[in-house]
Design a protein around this ligand. Structure first.
Ligand code: HBZ
Length: 836
């Protein structure tokens, strides 16, 4: 308020308030201005990179006008906001999305054409914002798009990593990691050097009494690091709402760049302090579904939670409301357990800094938080060692112990007969060293816990959180099945299909209400529509084939069946099952007569995905895929019948090319291990069919699209435990076809067999934990069904069209509405239309 322009001067100001560009000429004017001034380039010195820069800056200006208004009106309306805390936001590129969301792609296409550029070339200059690992990070990005598109007052909070997920290079068939320095030129962020928070680490806790005898607790003498806000605008689709993603960067706190040291000749030491502070936000941890317990990771978590909560509390305090209204103004969603420290941090703020009593504070905390679980894999459940936490966050550890004490007393009162229960549900695991179980803390500190697909939400209630269902009752647990944004994953990635659908449905409304796709069923027998639908798939395959030629040097036939598995490489996702299946196919082709070969449907097996740098088994799988590719692709016996491609550096922008080009995609995790999966939804939405297990969202996809339109195989989740048990205690035989595959690998047909021994031994000798052998026969058989089905192009087209038509449920808009209604209790705030 203090900084606002005095009333008499506002007229002058308003006269010059910038207006958003509308025509292609206005767009050109803005772009040329940015290229010539902001970027200091000229007519004679403007390559595609500069043209991208100018275009992006023109669109950024456009977004910022909406952003400013949105923030003002949200402040003014003063209603409840949702804060989405995620250590990962896998945003991908922003320019195309911005153009489509503000409805200005046509003027940009025309404008760039006038200036001598093709829009696709300009769009592809942008570096992906790759601040995430996989599904969890991309889900957060889809959610931001939906929250803005549905006009919810929402903020994302994350970390501004200087290095996102590494770039993957494949050298001699091995994954090599290269740092992803992506900030050289990032027009989408605003550094807010005036918005900072000092965050403390280490130090001691002091308890003291004031003159009135009141107890106080203070946390003192720690090291301070400064958080600086970087804001990224998040535009909604066809709405004026432009929300904010606030990413925190770390630097040495003011005064910390120690002039004492500096002047006394310890220049190096003082620079070292600076660098240590900057290290906190330097790099994204590249593990997905694995917890490694590194101190720097815990520092990242606290740094980000503390800065975000300070910011949220600061905003709340400006409203001068009483504390008990906090949960009516603020909902905070925890994207997995990574932000769980926000729970003891809010309790600390309320009790130590604001002087609330414990119970009052705790009731506010529980009403504020919701927790989303994304995995039941034991190796992914976060635990932090008590000694580490004691050292880094001594006050938080005390608070966690107090939370635990209150909780265990409650459990003891209610379950006096079950003595073992206390040890099982305690936040503190009594191991050496003791560990803090973050999922339990997140659950106890939240009012709702949700899984991300029906099966997964059931599983958490019967496995990892079983005791807690008894303690709190089933209503604390709920399901919100994941979704994806149709703007990026249909309209942007597959503009031709989006246009075809719009031509049948009378416009692009379905991008805002995806259930409208249902109306496509009426066209399933329309000859012309079917033809265009097939042509679009073919054109998308031609585009991918071109990419493969350029990057892998292999010619693939776009008429072949494109079989795609792209996702993080993980044993539970079973890329090994896929590549063993490919080897089996190769051996079969080799054994066929020329006549038999003629009858076979040609196939291209396409893989992509990163392995965590320390995950040797996953790296071995990548190596095997590449070795098999070398042999198969150069075998003249095989020709077009089979090609095996590993696409380097799978990321969001590559997914936008790959997803629309698949005929079949593989979602073949061991049943009960993949919480949801979201790429399964993306492929279906683009008219690709699925081969999959009864796992995660595959089950709900099947229910929606019909069993006849999906290729399911394999054991069920309910049988997995017994099968594993049987492997460990009975003698078991390898599935015979798989045994043949292993023989060939052993013989050295795909290079040095020793390189793959750990992979094969895990299956042959060490219990086959992921049930590759148990599922192999049904996998191969189902692939044969697919071969047959693909030959009947008409029947295939029907399946593909019906699949698209029935995907309405899987929009992240539906998903966000469910969170808003059943967990956050927030309402949309529609921006007033600009007066003419
Ligand atoms: O979250 C994924 C699940 O595996 C997938 O099934 C689900 O669809 C998706 C969205 O709900 N989980 C992850 O992607 N998890 C991580 O990337 C991860 C990253 C760091 C960790 C743990 C997990 O420390």
């Amino acid at each position: 308020v203090e900084a606002s322009i005095p009333e008499p001067q506002r007229a002058a100001w308003r006269k010059f308030t910038p207006k958003p560009f509308v025509t292609s000429e206005e767009f050109e004017k803005e772009t040329v201005k940015h290229i010539e001034t902001t970027l200091a380039r000229s007519l004679y010195n403007c390559d595609e990179v500069a043209a991208y820069g100018g275009t992006a800056l023109a669109f950024r200006d456009r977004l910022i006008l909406d952003w400013n208004k949105t923030q003002q009106s949200q402040t003014f309306a003063d209603q409840k906001r949702i804060y989405y805390l995620s250590l990962e936001f896998l945003m991908g590129r922003a320019l195309d999305n911005a153009m489509l969301n503000v409805g200005q792609k046509d003027s940009a296409t025309k404008g760039l054409g006038d200036l001598g550029f093709r829009i696709e070339d300009i769009i592809s200059q942008e570096h992906d914002a790759a601040l995430g690992n996989g599904g969890l990070g991309r889900l957060a990005a889809c959610f931001l798009d939906s929250m803005a598109s549905l006009n919810y007052p929402a903020w994302g909070y994350g970390l501004r990593y200087r290095y996102g997920i590494f770039k993957q290079e494949i050298i001699d068939g091995y994954q090599v990691e290269v740092p992803d320095y992506w900030l050289d030129f990032n027009p989408w962020e605003f550094a807010r050097h005036d918005i900072t928070v000092d965050v403390q680490f280490y130090g001691q806790v002091n308890r003291w009494q004031d003159d009135e005898g009141k107890q106080h607790t203070t946390w003192e003498n720690g090291e301070t690091v400064q958080a600086v806000a970087f804001d990224v605008p998040v535009p909604g689709y066809e709405t004026q709402t432009c929300n904010n993603l606030r990413l925190w960067g770390s630097k040495a706190a003011s005064g910390e760049f120690d002039f004492q040291k500096f002047n006394s000749g310890e220049y190096e030491a003082s620079v070292a302090d600076q660098q240590r502070a900057e290290t906190i936000s330097a790099v994204l941890y590249p593990n997905d579904n694995l917890d490694r317990g590194k101190e720097l990771r815990l520092k990242q978590q606290y740094f980000w939670c503390a800065a975000s909560l300070y910011d949220i509390v600061r905003r709340f305090k400006k409203t001068k409301r009483s504390w008990k209204e906090f949960p009516n103004q603020v909902a905070i969603q925890l994207n997995d357990t990574h932000p769980t420290l926000a729970i003891p941090e809010l309790q600390r703020i309320l009790v130590d800094l604001e002087g609330l009593d414990w119970d009052e504070a705790w009731s506010i905390v529980q009403k504020t938080f919701g927790y989303t679980n994304h995995t039941v894999l034991p190796e992914a459940l976060e635990k932090w060692s008590v000694p580490l936490m004691q050292h880094l966050l001594p006050r938080h550890l005390q608070i966690i112990y107090d939370i635990n004490l209150n909780f265990l007393q409650y459990v003891e009162r209610n379950f006096p007969k079950d003595r073992d229960m206390l040890g099982r549900v305690s936040i503190i695991e009594e191991s050496t060293p003791k560990m803090v179980r973050m999922a339990y803390l997140a659950l106890i500190g939240s009012h709702k816990v949700n899984g991300v697909a029906e099966l997964h939400s059931d599983l958490i209630k019967t496995t990892i959180f079983k005791d807690f269902v008894k303690i709190y009752g089933p209503d604390k647990f709920t399901n919100v099945t994941n979704g994806i944004t149709p703007r990026r994953w249909l309209h942007q990635a597959n503009p031709k299909l989006s246009a075809l659908i719009a031509s049948k449905l009378g416009g692009h409304e379905f991008l805002k209400d995806l259930t409208l796709l249902g109306k496509l069923e009426a066209f399933v027998d329309d000859k012309e529509f079917r033809k265009e639908f097939r042509e679009i798939k073919y054109a998308n395959k031609v585009r991918l084939a071109k990419h493969i030629k350029e990057h892998n040097g292999v010619t693939v036939n776009p008429a072949a069946l494109f079989d795609v598995q792209v996702k993080r490489i993980h044993e539970y996702k079973r890329q090994q099952l896929n590549i063993f299946g490919v080897i089996h196919r190769y051996l079969q082709i080799k054994a066929m007569s020329a006549e038999e070969r003629k009858k076979l449907a040609p196939r291209v097996s396409i893989f992509g995905g990163k392995a965590a740098p320390g995950y040797w088994m996953a790296k071995t799988v990548i190596h095997l895929i590449n070795k098999v590719g070398d042999v198969v692709n150069n075998d003249s016996d095989v020709g077009d019948l089979l090609k095996v491609i590993f696409l380097e550096d799978y990321n969001v922008s590559k997914a936008e090319i790959i997803t629309p080009a698949s005929d079949i995609s593989e979602h073949i995790s061991t049943a009960g291990t993949e919480a949801s999966g979201t790429s399964n939804m993306k492929f279906c939405l683009n008219g690709g069919l699925i081969i999959g297990t009864c796992d995660g969202a595959n089950i709900e996809i099947t229910r929606e699209i019909g069993e006849e339109n999906i290729f399911l195989f394999g054991n069920l989740a309910e049988d997995v435990e017994d099968l594993r048990h049987a492997h460990l205690y009975n003698h078991y035989e390898l599935e015979p076809k798989l045994a043949k595959v292993f023989d060939e690998i052993h013989k050295g047909r795909f290079g040095d067999a020793g390189a793959f021994s750990a992979l094969l031994n895990g299956i042959v000798e060490h219990g086959d934990y992921y049930l590759v052998s148990d599922d192999f026969a049904s996998y191969v058989q189902t692939q044969e069904l697919i071969d047959e089905a693909y030959k009947d192009s008409e029947a295939w087209t029907t399946k593909a069209i019906l699949t698209v038509a029935r995907m309405g449920f899987f929009s992240s808009d539906r998903c966000i509405d469910e969170y808003a209604e059943s967990i956050w209790n927030i309402e949309p705030l529609v921006q007033k239309k600009e007066e003419a």
